[in-house]
Design a protein around this ligand. Structure first.
Ligand code: RP5
Length: 162
């Protein structure tokens, strides 16, 4: 499922982002959505970013989840080079707790959208669920799996604290 004609690409600026971004991969896997994960740095591997973004649509990607921290230019630069929707996940940075990442990703100039999610794990989880919702518009079986996932989440919430 993970690498078979991926519909969703997960990219991140560094290996150090994977403990956060793996949560997006886990959600996509649980929902049966084919995906791939790649380290693509806007600053350290700009040619890799160019190639990834420019080929994304032709490779069949329907959404790109991009996580980056600090001077988090990866989601915005990816969005500048592809019309495939880009979902940005601000990584919780050590120096500024991810506020730097959040502001770097959310403050895009008008004309180049990046959907920006919460800092850290909740953002990675929600970006994956949002990508699933996009795909579910054209995939009724996936829509059913997503609804079941949400029902399981609701059912797992206790009515009373222990
Ligand atoms: C960003 O710099 C990455 O997305 C990462 O969050 C941050 C730190 O990277 P490392 O120095 O840990 O490789 O590009």
């Amino acid at each position: 499922m993970a690498e078979n004609s991926p519909l969703v690409g997960i990219i991140m600026g560094s290996q150090s982002d994977w403990p956060t971004m793996r949560h997006a991969a886990e959600i996509l896997g649980a929902l049966g959505i084919s995906h791939e994960a790649r380290i693509v740095s806007a600053h350290r591997t700009p040619d890799r970013l160019y190639d990834y973004a420019k080929s994304a649509a032709d490779r069949g990607l329907k959404a790109i989840i991009a996580g980056a921290g600090g001077a988090a230019h990866l989601p915005g630069m990816a969005a500048s080079m592809t019309a495939v929707p880009v979902l940005g996940v601000p990584i919780e940075s050590k120096a500024l707790n991810g506020l730097d990442s959040l502001l770097s990703i959310v403050q895009m100039p008008g004309g180049i959208p990046v959907a920006t999610f919460a800092i850290g794990k909740p953002g990675a989880v929600n970006a994956a669920l949002f990508a699933a919702a996009i795909l579910a518009n054209e995939d009724s079986a996936l829509a059913e799996r997503l609804a079941a996932w949400r029902k399981r989440q609701s059912d797992a919430v206790a009515a009373e604290p222990e």
